[in-house]
Design a protein around this ligand. Structure first.
Ligand code: ZN
Length: 419
């Protein structure tokens, strides 16, 4: 499936070697819990970011996640790497089916509408599209193959439930289980219950075992397979999608922090057992966006949507700037005032890059590269451009090339189009 419209990334002038910048992009990863270089020294970096379940349009929490990994994509490209990027769409899953049933809409129609809206939001925000955009319904055969690979490990079984003997995987038996989230068993059980798991289901061998194949229930979509007619579990869907496009030991698996456990830990457990190789080398997680004192979420209904802001007249670049004003690992709360402040910043930057001269772009570009390669520090990068644009608007500088060069750097590194 085609993702969304491609965005052209301008090239920015090389930084002179006298301006020391780190050669590699580093992130504070969840698994290492320290600033760690991510991606190879040269060649191709591989990234997998968990996609949406298409039953509600893009809220600002989603947008913040995809913008964060867009910054990583841009920082890698700027550091001279090629990037291979895969993202899935969980277009068959309980929440989608429940929403479709509750609203009387066909689940496929609901998914198609919401995927369309997500794509137009990503295009408006100038997010670089992934190379593979993969609906779960298109890779059912890949899931079956992966389950077959797992079966020889002896860690796959049918739950003791005469009516619905669904297939489970003995997650906690996987080598290295827990190394991504660093959670103890009690914390794992709590997180598992909170994020779509079923620790209390009778008939499981261990409370942390995860569903890999759900046998058909009346009225639910199902596919024929050697496991019986049914549909895949969520974790195995992402594991199959990533492995079959990026291979094992790809560079970064990303998502919101609520995916650290169980989702990413369980994807990794399945992949490690099936392949004998590591899944992702690094895991990176994005903070939660709140509204009205609570985490923005579909279940609470406190959502602010990208499409609603844009339909109400917001410049998508101001929405992007408002999000980039927060560091990706922190939690923060959305307020309408932030959009106004971002619009004022955008206006000032646009006025500065329209000037026919300004102070040199060379230290600005070096500082932008330094801050973005240092754990994607977008708020500091915005302050760097603020300082340059204030000086230009005050009439400083005689460099005629500077405005165009800063505009190119803001676009290439931050995805903010100023033209
Ligand atoms: Zn995923």
């Amino acid at each position: 499936m085609r993702a969304w419209s491609a965005v052209e990334v301008p090239t920015i002038p090389a930084t002179p070697s006298s301006y020391r910048i780190p050669e590699r992009v580093s992130l504070v990863t969840t698994n290492d819990r320290a600033l760690t270089p991510v991606g190879p020294e040269q060649g191709t970096a591989g990234m997998y970011v968990c996609g949406i379940t298409p039953y509600d349009a893009t809220h600002l929490g989603h947008a913040f996640t995809y913008l964060t990994f867009d910054l990583l994509n841009r920082a890698w490209r700027d550091a001279g790497l090629d990037v291979e990027y895969a993202q899935n769409v969980t277009d068959v899953d309980d929440p989608l089916l429940e929403r479709a049933a509750a609203t009387g809409v066909d689940w496929r129609e609901l998914a198609d509408d919401q995927i369309g809206l997500f794509r137009s939001d990503m295009t408006a925000l100038r997010v670089l599209p992934p190379d593979w955009y993969v609906p779960a319904t298109s890779i059912i055969h890949e899931v079956i193959d992966l389950v077959a690979g797992l079966a020889s490990s002896g860690l796959v079984y049918q739950v003791e439930d005469p009516e619905h003997p669904d297939w489970y995987f003995r997650t906690a038996q996987a080598p290295g289980f827990g190394a991504e989230s660093h959670l103890g068993r009690e914390a794992m059980l709590l997180e598992f219950a909170e994020h779509g798991g079923d620790p209390d289901r009778p008939g499981k061998k261990d409370a942390l075992d995860c569903l890999i194949w759900r046998l058909e229930r009346p009225g639910e979509p199902a596919w024929d397979s050697s496991l019986g007619r049914g549909r895949p579990g969520w974790h195995i869907e992402c594991a199959a999608t990533a492995l079959n496009r990026l291979g094992t030991a790809f560079d970064v698996q990303g998502g919101g922090r609520d995916l650290a456990f169980p989702h990413h830990e369980m994807c990794a457990a399945e992949a490690v057992v099936a392949t004998g190789e590591p899944f992702a080398r690094a895991y990176a997680h994005v903070g939660m966006v709140g509204l009205d004192g609570e985490k923005m979420s579909k279940s609470l209904g406190n959502l602010e949507l990208v499409s609603r802001l844009v339909d109400a007249g917001a410049d998508p670049m101001a929405v992007r700037l408002a999000l980039l004003n927060h560091h990706y690992r922190g939690d923060w709360e959305w307020t309408a005032e932030q959009l106004g402040a971002a619009q004022r910043r955008l206006d000032a930057w646009r006025a500065a890059v329209r000037a026919d001269r300004g102070t040199s772009a060379v230290p600005v570009i070096a500082d932008l590269r330094r801050t973005m390669r240092n754990d994607l520090d977008a708020p500091t990068a915005l302050a760097v451009i603020d300082e340059w644009s204030s000086a230009v608007l005050a009439g400083d500088g005689q460099d005629e090339e500077a405005p165009g060069q800063v505009a190119a750097a803001a676009d290439a590194l931050l995805g903010v189009e100023l033209a």
